[in-house]
Ligand binder design. Structure first.
Ligand code: NDP
Length: 294
């Protein structure tokens, strides 16, 4: 293995520490804590784990965490009414509705009801438009975390060739917008891309957000490329009945060719909640009109 390991876990811990410091000064200036409201509908086990972790880390950073758990059979109207109530609550700076929602609900309609200035997930179309036009808004947490790791490792990204594999609204598309804003030359690849290995081989930066275990191989990479593996895939482990997490990149072969690479777990994964807390403290300052160097 020749690649440097990009330690997202350590970076996320340092980011949470910085957020905690800023949260303390916000509380002193505003006379209240910054607040994040998380809404969970139903009992999806993975969503329950995410919401529990968000709650714990919000409190650990010195912010208020408001948890709202609704039964799976809640009507869409009830959920929209709760979102409106959170929009109007001055103690709530950030609102996150945990996805996926039950199938009887229209996710886009629910997201569109969140006040864009409290949309710390950055999924509202107003924030999507702000990102695309370079206006100040909120950027989805996972891709923003990826750019933070890239800038920490590489400094300026200007002029670098970047390939993003995946074009989802939550990762691939905002990732491409962010890299473009950093003046990369960006290619977005997806399931219809011809000669994916050939496209990836041109890249100085590869971001894999596909959801296919260990798809990107070492011999697809330009030697020295920086590889950001967003994928989280659970696969059977060698030991009978056990599972393990792997990314979308074949770490063993890729780490022989790449210059730097994020591991799974411990790379991009821990960044998402840390960036959510960062977005929330930014929202608090903006919403309360407290000056702050973002
Ligand atoms: P989606 O399923 O929404 O999107 C996957 C994308 O990959 C699509 O654009 C699809 O193309 C593309 N794709 C699928 N198969 C291929 C292929 N064979 N070759 C090239 N492209 C392909 O996934 P998400 O963006 O939501 O998530 C991607 C991964 O990131 C998942 O493993 C997920 O678990 C992980 N993730 C991790 C997070 C974190 O670290 N905190 C947060 C969010 C996601 P097309 O559009 O043509 O169908």
């Amino acid at each position: 293995m020749s690649a440097q390991i990009i330690d997202g876990k350590a970076f996320a811990a340092a980011l949470r520490e910085r957020v905690a410091g800023v949260a303390a000064s916000f509380e002193a200036a505003a006379g209240r804590k910054a607040g994040l409201a998380v809404v969970l509908v139903g009992e999806d086990p993975a969503s329950q784990v995410y919401v529990r972790n968000k709650h714990k880390q919000t409190i650990a950073c010195g912010m208020e965490s408001f948890e709202h758990k609704l039964p799976a059979e809640t009507s869409e109207a009830n959920l929209l009414a709760l979102v409106e109530q959170l929009n109007a609550d001055p103690a709530v700076d950030g609102i996150l509705v945990q996805l996926p929602l039950p199938s009887h609900m229209d996710e886009q309609k629910v997201i569109a009801t969140i006040n864009p200035d409290k949309d710390v997930d950055g999924f509202h179309v107003v924030n999507v438009g702000r990102l695309a036009t370079g206006a100040r808004g909120f950027v989805p947490c996972t891709p923003l975390g990826c750019v933070m790791l890239l800038k920490d490792k590489l400094g300026s990204l200007s002029g670098l060739d970047a390939v993003v594999i995946g074009r989802s609204n939550i990762v691939g598309k905002p990732m491409a917008q962010l890299l473009l804003a950093e003046s990369c030359t960006v290619t977005v690849a997806h399931s219809r891309t011809k000669d994916l290995p050939g496209v990836v081989r041109r890249a100085d930066i590869v971001v894999a957000a596909v959801g296919r275990p260990e798809m990107v191989k070492g011999d697809w990479l330009k030697p020295g490329a920086t590889v950001i593996d967003v994928g989280i895939n659970r696969v059977p482990a060698a030991e009978e009945g056990k599972t393990r997490l792997v990314g979308d990149v074949d770490f063993a072969s890729a780490s022989d060719v790449a210059g730097a690479i994020t591991p799974v777990p411990g790379g991009v994964g821990p960044m998402t909640i840390a960036v959510l807390l960062r977005n929330t403290i930014v929202a608090a300052h903006r919403n309360a009109g407290v000056a702050f160097d973002e």
